[in-house]
Design a protein around this ligand. Structure first.
Ligand SMILES: NC(=O)C1=CN([C@@H]2O[C@H](COP(=O)(O)OP(=O)(O)OC[C@H]3O[C@@H](n4cnc5c(N)ncnc54)[C@H](O)[C@@H]3O)[C@@H](O)[C@H]2O)C=CC1
Ligand SMILES: O=C(CO)COP(=O)(O)O
Length: 341
């Protein structure tokens, strides 16, 4: 891997930002990892660890923890954004001038509540002159940090941007695939978090393997149906950022959304489950906005409605399961006729 001359910025000192910063550094890049908390930056500088978010992982010497956002943005032309969706707009809006002509890659898997905008759409709004892409896929931060063999997708219609990301991130343990479907790739990453909560709940209640498979497959059908209604290409959902990410988050106890679901299955309230996690679980907010949007667009999403009923409408899981199982029979794959078979 050849080193890029400019340093690369990673915004967000949580688990994903740290994991990506480390990979970039291992590939020979010099990296500025921006975080808002000076104490956290000091700990990383001194201990070469990020104990709060990635306990036990050594931080590469070429990762420089920084807290000055304006300077960081000014000094880097390639910028990975790994902030929670609730923070992204507020954190970057004041710096739109510094983002002009930069390559901005969102790794954030969430949807803005009021606008139903994806993070790359917010970046586009804040920095209309920037070059925008997203990165998404089955990418548990800890596994990336521990060098588990992993694949991800960089998506943008800007081919040179995709190649730039492939050049700096592709390595011994990470394969980076490109896609022109930014919207589909990003939407897949945001939607699957909701179903991971459901899967975590099901797992903690000891459901059978048939049930787990049914949940994941019907989740894929439902999220694809929704995405198509918004104009996305259903084929993207057969890729790493669709079914790939859905599988990892719906089956892994390392997923924070899965962990929230697991805690709910154990009988904790949503507040208790989120509090116990202490990290970002984007699926909770996504569920709220998704339920509302599905109703507005008249898209049939029984799993989303069912989870929303349990989490926010006081229904019991038994009531929701009974209603789901008794619903009128449907077809298996919605898009067979579209594919021309
Ligand atoms: N952790 C993972 O395995 C993966 C996470 N992602 C996505 O990356 C995004 C970030 O998630 P994680 O790094 O996992 O979260 P995390 O919970 O590990 O860390 C969140 C970080 O954001 C910081 N933060 C919160 N509010 C902020 C604000 N207003 N300004 C600046 N910084 C702020 C926190 O201090 C913390 O450093 C999420 O959208 C997540 O879905 C994507 C792929 C994998
Ligand atoms: O997006 C992820 C894996 O691809 C991480 O999922 P969680 O946010 O649920 O941990």
């Amino acid at each position: 891997m050849t080193a890029n001359s400019d340093p690369i910025a990673v915004l967000g000192g949580g688990s994903f930002g740290t994991a990506i910063a480390n990979l970039l550094a291992e590939n020979g890049q010099s990296v500025r990892l921006w975080m808002r908390d000076p104490d956290q930056a000091e700990v990383i500088r001194n201990q070469r660890m990020n104990p709060k978010y990635l306990q036990g992982i050594q931080i590469h010497a070429a990762v420089e923890p920084v807290t000055q956002l304006q300077e960081t943005l000014a000094s880097c032309s390639l910028i990975f954004v790994a902030l929670p969706s609730s923070a992204l707009r507020q954190a970057l809006q004041p710096y739109s001038a510094q983002l002009t002509h930069k390559m901005l890659i969102s790794t954030t898997k969430g949807i803005e509540a009021k606008s139903f905008k994806l993070m790359s759409q917010i970046l586009e709004e804040i920095a209309p002159q920037a070059r925008i892409g997203v990165m998404s896929g089955p990418n548990l931060a800890r596994e990336i940090a521990e060098h588990a063999l992993t694949a991800t997708v960089v998506a943008s219609t800007d081919e040179a941007l995709c190649q730039a990301v492939q050049q700096v991130l592709h390595g011994q343990t990470l394969r980076v695939y490109a896609s022109p479907d930014r919207f589909g790739v990003e939407l897949g990453g945001a939607l699957k978090n909701v179903y991971a909560i459901m899967a975590g709940m099901a797992a903690s209640l000891g459901t059978g393997e048939n049930t787990k498979s049914m949940l994941i497959t019907r989740a894929l059908a439902e999220m694809t149906r929704f995405a198509v209604k918004l104009g996305a290409n259903p084929m993207t959902f057969l890729g790493l950022a669709g079914v790939g990410d859905l599988i990892v988050t719906c089956t892994s106890p390392k997923s924070r959304n899965f962990q929230v679901g697991w805690a709910l299955g154990e009988g904790l309230s949503l507040e208790e489950a989120v509090e116990r996690l202490g990290e970002v679980a984007e699926g909770v907010n996504t569920l709220k906005v998704l339920k509302q949007k599905a109703e507005e667009l008249n898209v049939y999403m029984p799993l989303v409605s069912g989870l929303h009923a349990v989490l926010f409408e006081g229904r019991t899981l038994a009531q929701v399961i009974a209603a789901l199982m008794c619903a009128e029979p449907k077809t298996d794959v919605d898009f067979i006729s579209l594919a021309g078979f």
